[in-house]
Design a protein around this ligand. Structure first.
Ligand code: PGA
Length: 254
């Protein structure tokens, strides 16, 4: 993984068509592994970006017999201090957007637990990493990107070799995410996230970005020098990453 290989770039007219293309690839992956009696391990993201992807996966399950019975999932992150029942938790997000609608087995769902106490967080992070390894590693990781270049909740300054653990959220991220809360002061200040190295261990990565507000960071993620100040730039070294963009998000590409 030392040689720089540019991620592949696919540009679509809108988020819905990009999400349909990726969902079709995910369906093929699940079905081809199922034929070999293998599970499919998906790394999943939250936020506004993957909503049309989850909508399409729900449709493929309902109308196209796509089964999630052999799918194992690992979510990227969770706010610290929010429990499962909190409407703002990513646990709720994932269940409402996907898991309640498909036939995934509850024991195959992994979402970092936002209620782990500070003393137990290091051990919890190691156990999350171990669970990913025990599942055989992530076959396909879905990623969004923050306007500050974060992946998962790995904020600017995060080293390439970081692993699952607690992080402080940047002011920028809290402001971006305040739209989902009733005010900035209610946005948690800490989270637990898969590390950069955890993400980069995935066999394939699909990064999704929509809209003009992501155009500058997409350009930098692909073309700026690799740097901890821009964690998404680490993807330049990943051998099998594809950026799925709508036209506005691709509008600043060289
Ligand atoms: P968004 O967030 O999908 O809500 O834009 C993306 C991210 O922060 O990774």
């Amino acid at each position: 993984m030392n040689k720089t290989v540019s991620p592949a770039i696919q540009v679509y007219p809108d988020p819905a068509s990009a999400s349909r293309a990726l969902a079709a690839e995910i369906a093929d992956l699940i079905r081809s592994r199922e034929k070999k009696a293998l599970p499919t391990v998906l790394g999943l993201a939250t936020g506004g970006t993957p909503l049309p992807l989850y909508q399409e996966l729900r449709r493929l399950h309902a109308e196209n017999d796509l089964s999630f019975h052999n799918v194992i999932t690992f979510n990227l992150d969770e706010y610290l201090g929010l429990d499962h029942d909190d409407a703002h938790s990513y646990w709720q997000f994932m269940h409402q957007q996907l898991f309640h609608h498909v036939d995934i087995q509850p024991q195959n769902i992994h979402i970092p637990d936002g209620t782990i106490t500070p003393a137990d967080l290091a051990a919890y992070g190691r156990s999350y990493e171990q669970a990913i390894r025990d599942a055989g590693g992530i076959d396909l990781q879905i990623l969004g990107i923050g306007t500050n270049g974060h992946i998962g909740f790995n904020e600017p300054g995060t080293p390439r070799d970081s692993r699952t653990g607690p992080v402080d959220l940047s002011e920028k991220t809290r402001r971006d995410n305040a739209v989902h809360f009733s005010g900035l002061q209610l946005v948690p200040t800490r989270a637990i996230t898969m590390g950069c190295a955890t993400i980069l261990d995935a066999k394939r990565i699909a990064l999704l970005a929509w809209g003009e507000r992501k155009a500058a960071i997409i350009r930098d993620a692909l073309h700026a020098p690799l740097s901890p100040s821009l964690p998404a730039s680490y993807l330049q070294e990943h051998p099998a990453t594809t950026f799925y963009l709508d036209q506005p998000a691709a509008s600043k590409l060289l």
